[in-house]
Design a protein around this ligand. Sequence first.
Ligand SMILES: Cc1cc2nc3c(=O)[nH]c(=O)nc-3n(C[C@H](O)[C@H](O)[C@H](O)COP(=O)(O)OP(=O)(O)OC[C@H]3O[C@@H](n4cnc5c(N)ncnc54)[C@H](O)[C@@H]3O)c2cc1C
Length: 398
Amino acid sequence: MNLEFSPEEIAFRDEVRTFIEENYPDHMRPKPGQGDLTREQYLAWHKVLGEKGWSTPAWPVEYGGTGWTSTQRYIWSEENARVDAIPPLPFGVAMVAPVIYTFGSQEQKDRYLPKIRSGEEWWCQGYSEPGAGSDLASLKTTAVRDGDHYILNGQKTWTTLAQHADWGFFLCRTDPDAKKPQEGISFILVDMTTPGIEVRPIITIDGGHEVNEVWLTDVRVPVENRVGEENMGWTYAKFLLAHERSGIAGVARSKRGIEKLRAIASTEIIDGEPLLEDRSFASKVSQLEIDLSALEFTELRTLAGEAQGKGPGPESSILKVKGTEIQQRLTELTLEAVGHYSHPYFRGFPEDGANEFGIGPEYSFGAAPSYFNMRKTSIYGGSNEIQRNIITKMILGL
Ligand SMILES: Cc1cc2nc3c(=O)[nH]c(=O)nc-3n(C[C@H](O)[C@H](O)[C@H](O)COP(=O)(O)OP(=O)(O)OC[C@H]3O[C@@H](n4cnc5c(N)ncnc54)[C@H](O)[C@@H]3O)c2cc1C
């Protein structure tokens, strides 16, 4: 694999870098330690990219993709991570859209894809239920046919950012008598303003409002909102999960995270020396860099495969496991580096010289909340234990 950029690729990188420098909406950047982002902050960059035609690089060109090579997409994510840009959320762009353009009707493609591209409509994912996470096929939310509508009843949980969502894609049981539970499920698009939908917040240990319960009581949804065939939803759901997992690796962002960690550890002084000079700490950072470099090559191989028309397959499970382990390790080492400054809830008193967000240097704000928050990564998108089961079966053939 040749990792030298060609002159054309360098020109592309410069074009991207200049565009980001000139167009990234600076006023929308979160303040250090801000906590939850606003809907506007999440969408600001997405909307700029939508206008430029760069919000959905991975889509087929006929639906608004950029047609970039795998190397260009790699450069794109590196350049965005370099400035900590808030990327378009995955639920529309990377999850439901591939299902719609692969299995949806022409009407569905025309109705939904343009507004996902522009950032006009926000999507949430209604898969998990209190009794159906890893064992997703045991889901109980029902969609019962009533003329040209389905009537939905049930409860979804852990629904990320549903409080902002305009639309949700829901897995619902349409045939309770199917021989196998996987055979009786349909994939249904739901307008989140429909009467009977209630979004209840779940506040996480870092104090954030990121996840929700979504309760559905007699929610009437037109049958035309079902994607693909009735009772075939499991096929589309699995297709979507493979897309979700490969996006979770977050290599470019972890590289940026290591740069920040190195900067912190060069500033923090322990026993008269910068922390980064401490052999034990330096060796932990180096090990993380080695692991990240191995993951980067694996991701590049997957991207190269995708460029040759191979969709993300079971190897996306490897990217998910290693990518999330690295993200968690990064927050652990950051927490170790900022030590006593990182207490999550004590924000400090102004009369003691503390600023609005915390005590200590700015880089310590948010270190503990982020450490707690990142525990989620080995659970969502299919837990890492489940990914190991997939690797064992589908890749190792055991
Ligand atoms: C922050 C966050 C955001 C999320 N966002 C969404 C969202 O937007 N939409 C959505 O639909 N869902 C979402 N989820 C839900 C997520 O997909 C589930 O939490 C996940 O699939 C695990 O399911 P569970 O929580 O029910 O745990 P369980 O399935 O009950 O698992 C509990 C433990 O048992 C282990 N385990 C279970 N089965 C096996 C097995 N066969 N072999 C080995 N170990 C096993 C698991 O690894 C886990 O450690 C989110 C979760 C989190 C934490």
